[in-house]
Design a protein around this ligand. Sequence first.
Ligand SMILES: NC(=O)c1ccc[n+]([C@@H]2O[C@H](COP(=O)([O-])OP(=O)(O)OC[C@H]3O[C@@H](n4cnc5c(N)ncnc54)[C@H](O)[C@@H]3O)[C@@H](O)[C@H]2O)c1
Ligand SMILES: [Mg+2]
Ligand SMILES: [Mg+2]
Ligand SMILES: [Mg+2]
Ligand SMILES: [Zn+2]
Length: 461
Amino acid sequence: MNQKFAQTSISLIARHLSIRSRIRTSNNMAFDLEDKLFSLSANGKVSELKSLISMSNIKLNASNQRGWTALMFAARNGHKDVVSLLVEKGANVEQQNGLGQTAYDIAAFWSQTAILSLLKQADTESQPTEPVHYFTVRHLDRANEKRKDLQWLKERLATSQLTTFILAFVKTFPVLTGDEKNYSVRKFLPKDLENFVDMENCEQSEIVFLGMRTNDETGKQECLFAVDISQETYTDIQAAFPNENLYVPKGLRDAFLLDSEEAALTGLAHSVLDWHRNCIFCQCCGYRTKFAHAGYKRECTNEDCRTVREVKNSSYLRLDPTIIVAVISTDKSKLLLAQGRRFIPNMWSCLAGFMEPGESIEDACRREVFEETGIRVGRVTYHSTQPWPFPTQIMIGLIGHATNTDITVDKSELSDAKWFSRSEVVQMMTRNHPHGYFNPPHNAIAHHLIKAFLHNTSSKI
Ligand SMILES: NC(=O)c1ccc[n+]([C@@H]2O[C@H](COP(=O)([O-])OP(=O)(O)OC[C@H]3O[C@@H](n4cnc5c(N)ncnc54)[C@H](O)[C@@H]3O)[C@@H](O)[C@H]2O)c1
Ligand SMILES: [Mg+2]
Ligand SMILES: [Mg+2]
Ligand SMILES: [Mg+2]
Ligand SMILES: [Zn+2]
């Protein structure tokens, strides 16, 4: 019976689609293609669908007014081949229609069991679904194996092709170009900097190899490097580019308007350069250290040093794991937020703290929350992580469930801590709070943990 109903509804859908198509003008080409995509998927026309996808630039996840996608139509009517094809070509299995149903939900409703197993498999194999936070480096091949290949690195830095770019930093802060409202990272060609940085002796110049990525426009592979320069060298570079507004922010936070990809590269380079700047002497024996592995190692120059004779972590850049947590009240109606002593006035954020040796992430979270507010946390669940280049933290975002309510603020770390109702949090997030209170911006994971509380987006809440 379902099948019969399906056939009837397919014809209705197809009729509806074709009527819509006819009343459109020629500049609605994209919509017409989408209609075709829907109707071929709904009718199980796999080979025609294949050629439509290969011949046009069609958006596979396009949806109609009710939020239905091609995948949903195919799932609704049990067309296995079409579902497989769409998933293989990148259809989003998690997309929801206007009623909040995914293709899987629709297949389940219409008892399309063969489709259910297909989508379940696709779901677990599909792209990662965790949020990607600001400062997370993506689309970069770090090409670890090239770090020891000095010859290859030198060739990349000697090329006259437009495929090598160097990001310059002044005392670890990036050289930007543009005005204060619209700026980007200045990517220098090797020849732009050849009078200022010794490219041939890239180890002595401490030029860090960041990795390779494909340029979306040219399709070419680009190599990215970063170098820290002195204030004097920077002044000379500025003079060599008199028509450009080059400038250096006072801190990374002053460059929070960078697009996410640039911010991530800048953050990565800042973390590495900051380490080089602070580790010029060996922490084991006090001798000088030297730059190695294209910036991913510092070796002690004392041959008898323990760091040379044994493997020692101090030769490599360390990360600081740091927990950050949205603590939710026992009745789930309130969120615990705090003002750090060094925060800008009126900003309320999640509790955070550095992990210590011998602690699980969950226990570090319970300890920090108790130390700072006297609140006991029971169940702790994972939300997501954010690289935080200040200078080299990895923020581990958590949801914590409180077991008591009375707050005792640790005044040495916080100026205040409070429970906030959902409506007050909405006022803060939308910057409409009567006392001018607000939450951190989207660049910070705290913002997303607070959002998770507001929208119950995390299944862990
Ligand atoms: N991305 C975000 O949304 C977000 C939000 C809040 C905090 N943070 C970051 O989390 C960090 C940790 O939070 P916190 O300051 O409340 O930590 P915390 O509560 O552990 O207290 C900080 C104190 O711990 C000590 N400490 C222990 N280990 C340290 C280490 N490895 N580095 C520096 N100090 C160390 C210092 O005395 C420092 O003053 C902050 O520095 C901040 O950069 C990020
Ligand atoms: Mg603390
Ligand atoms: Mg803290
Ligand atoms: Mg601490
Ligand atoms: Zn040493």
